[in-house]
Design a protein. Structure first.
Length: 476
């Protein structure tokens, strides 16, 4: 009986072992040999070659890539901002050249085809103004440009905005009396204050803008005149009203209109004056003083002509006026922004230097060239420069080929030499207004040292006071 029980236990153990072995074989066949399962626990993240990949790993990779992209974009933006600021600083440091590319010292001759790209219409009037189309050089955004056309949106645009004009003159208290002159963008009238005064002035000069002049341009002119302040040879701005067109500027009064009209009206009387050349030199001295003041304020006039000089008492009280084309270099923007959509610019062609037509370039030396034209205008009693040239194209061709106005016969040698110096090429050889003022001072001092005498008696008029000086004459 015991033997039977032991046999049954043995058979049961063998069956159990066989079942376990078959189960193990089946399990090994169904499981891949290169994947291990730990402790028979359930997991969706496989372990390949001992490394576990799960969702958190991919999230970290995505965050890292995004961070690197952001850092690169910020670095690019910072670099662009830095380059823009450096470009603006260099422009302001190079303001003597008016933030533009200086033309070559020996400019090439201009061809008729090039001239026609600039000239749009022809005119023949004392106030000759021509429309000039910007050349290909200006339209190329990769090259520097000249004063009258360069100006760009800067990254810090708000820093370059001009001061706001806060005055609003009451026009109802102003009575127009007579016309003084009709300018390019405005008409000048002599006016009287019917209610009170304007900063102590009862008689004033009123400039009213013509149709089409924008508020922006008038505001720029107001800001420039405010910056110039009070100077004895600059027409002073008293008040203004630019809230609605026509815009109005109130200026100090002048008694004799423009210097051009004054010389034309009084030509016969002045021609008989033995002191005429001295008077012309005195007037030129005061005009040069005004231009030197503009240079000290970093303002380029761009429209210096005899018609824009006002006369109170000739020759000692002459005043520079008309700042519609003037540019304040301290407020210049970089090249890509101003004059947006304005591809036409009216300029006084007969007063402009050759480098402007060749290279779209105008600097303080351009004002010096125009000063030489003013000297010539005075000597010829307001004659239009280059009077024998009928068309604008002929004038530009004449200037760019090196020809100049004919020399006035009655002009004194010192002033004649100053004209030649003002018209030198390249423009770097022209004198500055500091030099011009010094030369004219020396000429006037020499004139004061030598006076005409009559029987040992000299009547000297200086500063409005008469002095009688006894002069001893010696016979050699």
């Amino acid at each position: 009986m015991k033997a039977m029980c032991a046999l049954n236990r043995t058979m049961s153990y063998v069956n159990t072992s066989n079942n376990h072995t078959e189960t193990s074989l089946i399990s090994n066949i169904t499981r891949p040999s290169h994947i291990n399962y730990l402790d028979n626990t359930f997991s969706t993240d496989p372990v390949v070659d001992g490394v576990s990949f799960n969702g958190m790993f991919y999230i970290l990779i995505g965050i890292s890539g995004f961070t690197v992209t952001i850092v690169l974009l910020l670095a690019i933006l910072w670099t662009m901002k830095y380059r823009t600021l450096i470009h603006t600083i260099r422009e302001l440091q190079g303001v003597e050249g008016l933030l533009g590319r200086a033309p070559p010292s020996n400019p090439p001759a201009i061809s008729p085809l090039t001239l026609r790209t600039y000239l749009v219409r022809e005119t023949r009037s004392p106030l000759e103004l021509v429309s000039v189309t910007l050349g290909q050089e200006y339209q190329n955004t990769s090259s520097p440009t000249p004063l009258l056309r360069q100006t760009t949106k800067s990254a810090s645009r708000s820093l370059w905005r001009p001061q706001q004009t806060g005055s609003c003159f009451n026009t109802s208290g102003l009575g127009i009396q007579q016309l003084i002159k009709a300018g390019r963008e405005g008409v000048y009238y002599k006016a009287k204050m019917t209610r009170g005064t304007c900063k102590g002035h009862s008689i004033v000069t009123c400039k009213m803008t013509k149709e089409g002049v924008t508020h922006r341009r008038v505001a720029r002119e107001v800001n420039i005149m405010k910056k110039l302040g009070t100077h004895k040879n600059v027409l002073q701005l008293l008040d203004w009203n630019i809230t609605q067109a026509p815009y109005m500027l109130i200026l100090e009064s002048v008694s004799s209109g423009t210097l051009r009209s004054f010389l034309q009206v009084n030509q016969h009387q002045l021609s008989r004056d033995s002191e005429l050349q001295k008077h012309f030199t005195t007037a030129a001295y005061h005009i040069a003083h005004a231009m030197r003041h503009l240079r000290s304020k970093m303002v380029v006039h761009c429209d210096l002509a005899l018609r824009n000089i006002m006369v109170n008492h000739f020759p000692r009280e002459v005043k520079l006026a008309e700042f519609g084309l003037a540019q304040d270099l301290t407020l210049m923007r970089s090249r890509r922004s101003s004059h947006k959509g304005d591809h036409m610019q009216k300029v006084p062609l007969r007063w402009y230097p050759p480098e402007y037509f060749r290279n779209n370039y105008y600097s303080f030396k351009g004002d010096v060239w125009a000063f030489g034209i003013v000297l010539w205008e005075m000597q010829t009693f307001g004659t239009l420069p280059y009077p024998n040239l009928e068309t604008s194209e002929l004038v530009v061709r004449y200037i760019c080929s090196g020809h100049r106005n004919s020399e006035p016969e009655t002009c004194r040698p010192e002033i004649l030499q100053m004209m030649r110096d003002c018209w030198l090429e390249p423009y770097t050889q022209r004198p500055s207004f500091n030099n011009i003022v010094s030369v004219l001072e020396n000429i006037l001092e020499d004139d004061a040292d030598y006076i005409k005498v009559n029987n040992g008696l000299a009547n000297v008029r200086y500063g409005g006071q008469d002095q009688i000086c006894l002069t001893l004459l010696h016979d050699d």
